[in-house]
Write a protein that binds this ligand. Sequence first.
Ligand SMILES: C=CC1=C(C)c2cc3[nH]c(cc4nc(cc5[nH]c(cc1n2)c(C)c5CCC(=O)O)C(CCC(=O)O)=C4C)c(C)c3C=C
Ligand code: FE2
Length: 492
Amino acid sequence: MPTLVLDRWQQPSRALGAAALAVPPATPAAERIGVLLLNLGGPDSLDDVQPFLYNLFADPDIIRLPSSVQFLQPAIAQLISTVRAPKSREGYEAIGGGSPLRRITEEQAEALRAALERKGVDAHTYVAMRYWFPFTEEAIEDVKRDGITRLVVLPLYPQFSVSTSGSSLRLLEKLLKSDPVLARMRHVVIPSWYQRPGYVRAMADLIEEQLRGGDSPFPRDLAEDVEIFFSAHGVPLSYIEEGDPYREEMEECVELVMAELRRRGVANSHTLAYQSRVGPVEWLRPYTDDSIRQLARDGVRGLLAVPISFVSEHIETLEEIDCEYRELAESVGIEHWGRVPALNTNEVFIDDLADAVVEALPYVSSLQRSSSSVASLSSGDALVPLGEVDALLETYDRDRKVLPPPTLMWKWGWTKSAETWNGRIAMLALVLILLLEATTGQGVVARLLQVHGLTAASNAVSAVGDAVEAVNSGAAEAVSNAVEAMTDAMGM
Ligand SMILES: C=CC1=C(C)c2cc3[nH]c(cc4nc(cc5[nH]c(cc1n2)c(C)c5CCC(=O)O)C(CCC(=O)O)=C4C)c(C)c3C=C
Ligand SMILES: [Fe+2]
């Protein structure tokens, strides 16, 4: 593993949190408080799917290329998004033609604002999505327009991952630094909050309700034998090996929820598995589908799926868990199936998030401009402690890779016509190279992959491989969709 990468994702150290702070000052009355909710975003309609995927795969935190070939990122993102779009679109079609993420996140923002008001804090809340509307750039403009003087940054991911919260924080750092007004605004980040008592309690409530409540999907005599099956979004294993605290935080989170359930007399056994892998590289194990098969082989008859890495309903709960994994479970002999709903605007949960904001507020100013501004505060024993964006990134992202702006259509070149032709030529060349590599398994990209063990380009090769397989197996429709989407996206 290259030292550079090891260096980049240093293991989060609890020792970092040892920098204790003095008692924080109270919030002065003239302050204008903002809470910025970071989230991933999702396509509002089927037409949005490909450009949304483009933004996702153009993110160097999702597709990681060595700097020497980073110029290929837009083309690779274009290729992967185009090839994946038909499959993705099918998923979004199955859940009503788009992602519910924007609506739910906006409801959460409003519920949080109201909860803060009940606690005597007058705050504005903002939704900042990473890959689709309302983009982080727009939210930050609103923060500026409203004259916010203290900003609490709250990623809506309970556990920290470089690929989610980390990516949003990198973008935020860029935006804050590039504007003198925003650079003066004081802020604090709550990087993860899986250990907060209200969150743990709310998760335990939902699980207990499914096992023991009036609407439980399980027969009474089976309830104690139902497997509590935590299914978290996966990340490539290489991220964890390079210091992403995601797995460790996830395991701690599951233990905390299970400890709360044990306190309530729930003695069911449990499993943690990882879903939604993309591409051919190794992701966090055990994989959700393998675990379901294994549990069935072990004689489990009832399974309660618990989405644990994300607090809103989204494509991976509504389609992947509710449809794909449920069908799989039934096909391997699991007779009784249940799924815990996402927290969405659950009162206990939102109230606890409001407490997290209130607890963080006094530290906004005391952290500012201090040299050791990563601090372990009253937020509990989180692996990634509270801090300022740049201090957190100093720990997690020393390389500070350049981030692309969000786009609705692929752009490359100086003039409109040059853009079109650059795009067409680059696309054709890349498709040819990757097609050759996918069919022969040899070539420059394949060698690069072997040398660097890269997720990204390997995903691209595999995606093209899938397309080739699709053609071979007569699935011409999928390919023609892909070509159509590619043509649309390039304005051809
Ligand atoms: C904790 C949550 C998430 C992690 C970690 C994460 C990592 C990650 N995701 C991809 C690839 C895709 N993610 C997609 C959608 C998507 N992912 C999350 C959450 C996490 N991702 C959410 C909330 C959503 C949005 C869902 C919605 O309702 O719109 C997609 C698009 C959907 C699809 O085609 O399956 C992709 C692709 C990678 C590669 C990755 C880590 C490197
Ligand atoms: Fe994802």
